[in-house]
Write a protein that binds this ligand. Structure first.
Ligand SMILES: Cc1cc2nc3c(=O)[nH]c(=O)nc-3n(C[C@H](O)[C@H](O)[C@H](O)COP(=O)(O)OP(=O)(O)OC[C@H]3O[C@@H](n4cnc5c(N)ncnc54)[C@H](O)[C@@H]3O)c2cc1C
Length: 307
């Protein structure tokens, strides 16, 4: 069997959806990216197992994806399968009325902002820092998303992943080497659920913290143009944005991509940008920062489809 023929059976075998040759520009916040051979939304654990078995049999590369808000996909696309999490992974339940700390169990496919709003409406505190961070809980956990002062790893109690060949595996929080924008969950494992520590809070205080955070974002981030958040990790004791800004690189443009005038660590798609445009800016910025400060900026965004 060649091409998609080998995977046609998947459509009948899983309850989720299978798309062939799917443009990734439709699924990334950058609105950039060529086609993935397969783009699959797995509705159940059985769906994931079925897909992983087929990929292993045919030697097809694959990767998990959330909402694509921290990704650059190459213009050539990805000769492999992208797996996203559907219905069964979008459930969450807040604990019944309780004093002190309690456990929120949530599927990794839940949109983070839904969880943040859910916590607020139920009067739970702990997730306010995540307001305005796009993407899924799974993506946030993998990336250890957060602000400069707070990140999701600090409220995790446990994570459940699907480890190919072994099934479901539970990590207690201390079993992972959480670090800046990194959970330490090995590539090749799919996060499917998490237990997060939350506690009943004062509604007015929760709201105030969320509003302050949103206000700061609106002021400091280019929220009206497609982007993928901070492109570079902050080097130890420095801000990538400030280093780039100090070299006068705001507005530096290649094709349809541009270093944001609002925040120098954001590269935005001004319209019609290609992944090659973004890469050209990344290379140029890295070179200039290295020359000026001797610092090698490391990307925070993740890449798919580049060799
Ligand atoms: C406007 C804007 C503002 C942002 N602000 C912030 C911010 O303040 N703080 C911050 O930390 N980030 C920020 N980001 C970046 C991004 O939103 C976060 O990293 C987010 O948590 C990524 O979630 P996602 O579902 O989109 O993941 P994706 O971008 O789809 O994936 C990111 C990585 O996680 C992996 N992954 C996704 N789901 C799973 C899973 N279930 N199991 C295993 N691996 C998985 C993917 O393979 C990939 O390597 C911002 C982005 C934008 C566009």
């Amino acid at each position: 069997m060649t091409g998609f023929d080998a995977y046609c059976d998947l459509e009948g075998a899983i309850t989720g959806t299978v798309l062939y040759n799917e443009p990734m520009a439709r699924h990334t916040s950058y609105r950039i990216g060529g086609p993935a051979s397969l783009y699959i939304e797995c509705a159940t654990l059985a769906d994931i197992n079925c897909c992983l078995k087929a990929f292993a049999e045919h030697g097809l590369p694959w990767c998990p994806m959330g909402k694509g808000s921290n990704l650059l996909v190459s213009d050539a696309g990805f000769s492999g399968a992208v797996i996203t999490l559907g219905n069964d992974f979008k459930q969450f339940s807040f604990p019944d009325e309780t004093e002190g700390e309690s456990l929120l169990i949530a599927g990794a496919g839940v949109i983070l902002s839904t969880l943040v709003q859910g916590a607020f409406k139920s009067g739970y505190s702990g997730l306010e820092f995540a307001v305005g961070i796009p993407g899924t809980l799974g993506g946030a956990l993998f990336m250890n998303a957060g602000s400069a002062a707070e990140w999701i790893g600090s409220i995790v109690e446990s994570l459940t992943v699907l480890r190919p060949g072994q099934g479901l595996v539970r990590y207690e929080v201390h079993e992972l080497p959480w670090a800046y924008r990194c959970s330490g969950v090995p590539a090749g494992e799919i996060i499917v659920e998490a237990g997060l520590r939350v506690k009943k809070g004062h509604l007015g205080q929760i709201r105030a913290k969320m509003e302050a955070s949103l206000k700061r974002r609106r002021k400091t981030q280019p929220l009206t143009v497609p982007n993928a958040g901070s492109v570079f990790r902050n080097p130890p004791d420095a801000s990538a944005g400030q280093l780039i800004d100090s070299l006068g690189l705001k507005g530096y443009t290649v094709g349809g991509a541009c270093v944001s005038n609002v925040h120098a660590n954001f590269i935005v798609n001004e319209g019609g940008a290609t992944a090659a445009d973004v890469i050209a800016i990344i290379m140029y910025v890295r070179e200039r920062v290295k020359e000026a400060y001797g610092t090698e900026l490391q990307p925070e965004i993740r890449f798919i489809g580049f060799s």
